[in-house]
Write a protein that binds this ligand. Structure first.
Ligand code: SAM
Length: 260
């Protein structure tokens, strides 16, 4: 069972997402345990203050260190028995690779900031890692924490119906995933690629792999540098590159797609 401990000023934000769909099922099946800790409960003063003005002046408020240390130490001990991940736009980018690593860990704690963020001493002396969910700024770490919990949970064995699907997903293989189609075979004159209805499994697998490769080359060429490609696949990419040096500006499924 993956043990996730969330420290937040707004535990109510997690209630509905944790009840629904894959997360809800993972919790009832005992694959996942999530405990929510309200940092405000650990504020020592009568008014339960958890933030204060910044030293040095300027606008905004900063989350005080004492209630955060007290909450984490009460739940996880000192030193904490699990790694404490601070959600922060200044952190390392959260990736599918990190999600796989976290899914194999016994658990982790997520610390959600608010306002201008947490007092720097929390980052220095309590957090073991900082993770960002993207190059944009949210008002709080709660939605970022949900993104981490959601991405990690679907990788737990038994969490989703088709476990192999998780391996195929965009980024798990180092590539973006191939396009998907379902019935009807023709909709408004737009036909599903014939190979997919051919029943020829080897051909379908080859088409999907090439589409994944093409998509990745077109949209995220940075991923291709790290992806494990066969010599034939490398040659294919080199050929596209030679034919279309302005790669990335191609249309989705237009004539430019050499696989269309
Ligand atoms: N002043 C901070 C800065 O410039 O780095 C931003 C604070 S932000 C308004 C408040 C909180 O939201 C942060 O402490 C963090 O927990 C969370 N947050 C905002 N953007 C995030 C992101 N991209 N990834 C993870 N957490 C984020």
């Amino acid at each position: 069972m993956l043990d996730v401990e969330i420290f937040t000023l707004f535990p109510g934000m997690f209630e509905s997402p944790l009840r629904e769909s894959i997360l809800g099922r993972a919790l009832t099946r005992g694959l996942l345990r999530v405990r929510l800790h309200n940092i405000r409960d650990y504020a020592a003063d009568r008014h339960q203050v958890t933030d204060d003005t910044p030293y040095g002046g300027g606008g905004g408020m900063v989350m005080k260190p004492e209630p955060i240390f007290a909450a984490v130490e009460a739940a996880l001990g000192d030193p904490p028995r699990l790694p404490v991940i601070l959600l922060s736009p200044q952190g390392r980018l959260f990736t599918q690779e990190r999600a796989w690593q976290l899914a194999q860990a016994p658990g982790f704690a997520l610390l959600c900031g608010r306002y201008e963020g947490v007092d720097e001493r929390v980052r220095e002396h309590l957090a073991s890692e900082e993770l960002s969910v993207g190059d944009y700024v949210l008002s709080g770490g709660e939605l970022a924490a949900m993104a981490v919990v959601e991405a990690v949970t679907r990788l737990l064995p038994g969490a989703i119906g088709d476990q192999d699907g998780a391996l195929d997903d965009s980024l798990s293989s180092g590539l973006l995933e191939y396009p998907h189609y379902t019935r009807p075979a023709e909709y408004r004159g737009w036909r599903v690629p014939e190979v997919l209805a051919s029943g020829h499994h080897a051909e379908i697998a080859r088409w999907r792999r090439e589409q994944a490769l093409y998509r990745t080359w077109q949209r995220r060429p940075d991923l291709l540098a790290k992806a494990a490609l066969t010599p034939r696949e490398r040659a294919l990419v080199d050929e596209w590159q030679a034919r279309h040096p302005a790669q990335g500006k191609l249309t989705e499924s237009g004539e430019d797609n050499p696989l269309a």
